[in-house]
Structure formats: C-alpha cells, structure tokens
Design a protein around this ligand. Structure first.
Ligand code: 13P
Length: 248
C-alpha cells in the first residue's frame, strides 16, 4: 500500500531567516522517519536555500509553478529543467490561485504537467470548483473537465502524477469540505483515473483547503484521500507536524 503524502504549499510566504527556522523546527519535530511522505512546495526564489536545508532530511522539495516552455524569451518564468537542477521532486500545476489570477486554462495546466513529467518532476495537478459552481451542482463536471485535460495530454504517463482536490471555497477561508464531501469528489476522480490507467491505485489524490491539525485525521481516514496539500497550516511547524502525525 502506498504511504500517504503530506505536502505543504508555502505560497508567497517566507524569508531566508523564517524558512530556516521553520524547516529546522519541522525536521527536529519529525525525528524518526515519518510514516508518510512529506514535501514542501516553496517559492522559486528560495529553491537553492531549501535544497541545502533539506539535504540530509527525508522531506522532498517542491515548486509551485513551472513554465510551459523549455527555454527562451519568457521573462520571469522558470523551466522544469531549472527546477530539476535544484533537486525538485514535485511541482504544483494549476493551483486555483494560478487559474484565477493568471488566467491559466485547462490546456495550459495540462502542458505544464507535461513539461514537469518530461524532466522527471511529479506534477501535483490541482483541481477544484468555486462556491458558485458547487451551489449550481456542477462540482463533478468541473473537476472531471479539469482532470480530463491533463489525462488527454499526458495519457501514457498519467500514473506518474499526483492529483490535489482543492475546493476553491475552502482555500484560506477556514471552511473545510466535510470528510464526506471530500471523499465523494475523490471517488469521482479515482474512477476517472481508473478509466485512464491500470495503475490508478498508485496515484495519490490529496485533499487541500483549510486542512489543519484538528480536521486532518478525519479527512485522511477516507478511503480515497491519500494525503493533504496544506497551505496556512504548513507555515506553522507544530500544526504541520500534527497533520503529518495524522497521516498513518
Ligand atoms: P489553505 O490550507 O491555507 O486553505 O490553502 C490550501 C491550498 O491552497 C494549498 O495549496
């Protein structure tokens, strides 16, 4: 059986000093190897620092975005080959904040996943509905459309991705999807992956959206929730460690 995966998404937070203090507290708190896999997805500017800080730890390094292009005149972007040079194992693609503030379409997200895979980086493909879409009864349709684009573009290596279900209305709002609501969507995503690959069981489907020390155990106990993508609570060592401890 695969181990659960707990990934922190630091978003645009941190400083050289704060990163060092946070990772020191997390690695000391982890002590013995955790029962689950652990990763932190950090701002690109800090990849070099954090690669060094994680050198002797079991925590994997992740990035938060990747360019659809391989190289060239794309000011401000970071290529998958550059991420690879810093030992990046995971890269978020299609986070709702990128879809919302940077107008990333399903097709762009699918190409980003393809670029990451081409350089041996595991894309963490984020999907999720807005509150309006949920209230209109469109949750299933939306997440299936978002995942279908990635499956269509990456068919033969789709078992190499991680999926993160992040209902937009639950991100940073303190409103968590109930364990039942989350499980229902995860089951839909699992079925979609199963239809795409015979290796669907090895794909982690993470839940994200106000996951914290108090609600993690219940969410992580659901049969199709294979881990968490944690925003705010990943910036506090004690909270992040509690979530990791809940991921048995
Ligand atoms: P919060 O845990 O802060 O709600 O953020 C979730 C998220 O967006 C992780 O990618």
């Amino acid at each position: 059986m695969k181990r659960k995966l707990i990934a922190g998404n630091w978003k645009m937070n941190g400083s050289l000093a704060a990163n060092q203090a946070l990772l020191q507290a997390i690695t000391v708190g982890l002590g013995a190897p955790a029962a689950c896999q652990v990763a932190v997805c950090v701002p690109a500017a800090y990849l070099a620092q954090i690669q060094l800080l994680l050198k002797d730890s079991a925590i994997d390094l992740g990035a938060q975005d990747v360019s659809t292009h391989q190289a060239g005149a794309f000011t401000g972007e970071t290529s998958s080959a550059m991420l690879k040079e810093f030992g990046v194992r995971y890269c978020l693609v299609g986070h709702s904040e990128r879809r919302q503030y940077h107008a990333e379409t399903d097709a762009v997200v699918a190409f980003k996943a393809q670029r990451a895979l081409a350089d041996g980086i595991t894309p963490i493909v984020c999907v999720g509905e807005t509150l309006a879409e949920r209230e209109a009864g469109r949750t299933e349709e939306v997440v299936k459309r978002q995942l279908a684009a990635v499956i269509h573009t990456n068919g033969h290596c789709i078992s190499e991705i991680v999926v993160a279900y992040e209902p937009v209305w639950a991100i940073g709002t303190g409103k968590t999807a109930s364990a039942e609501q989350a499980q229902a969507v995860h089951a839909v995503l699992r079925a979609q992956l199963k239809a795409a690959t015979e290796h669907s069981d090895r794909i982690h489907i993470l839940y994200g959206g106000s996951m914290n020390a108090a609600n993690a155990a219940q969410l992580l106990a659901q049969p199709d929730i294979d881990g968490g993508l944690v925003g705010g609570a990943s910036l506090k060592a004690a909270d992040f460690l509690s979530i990791i401890a809940a991921a048995l």
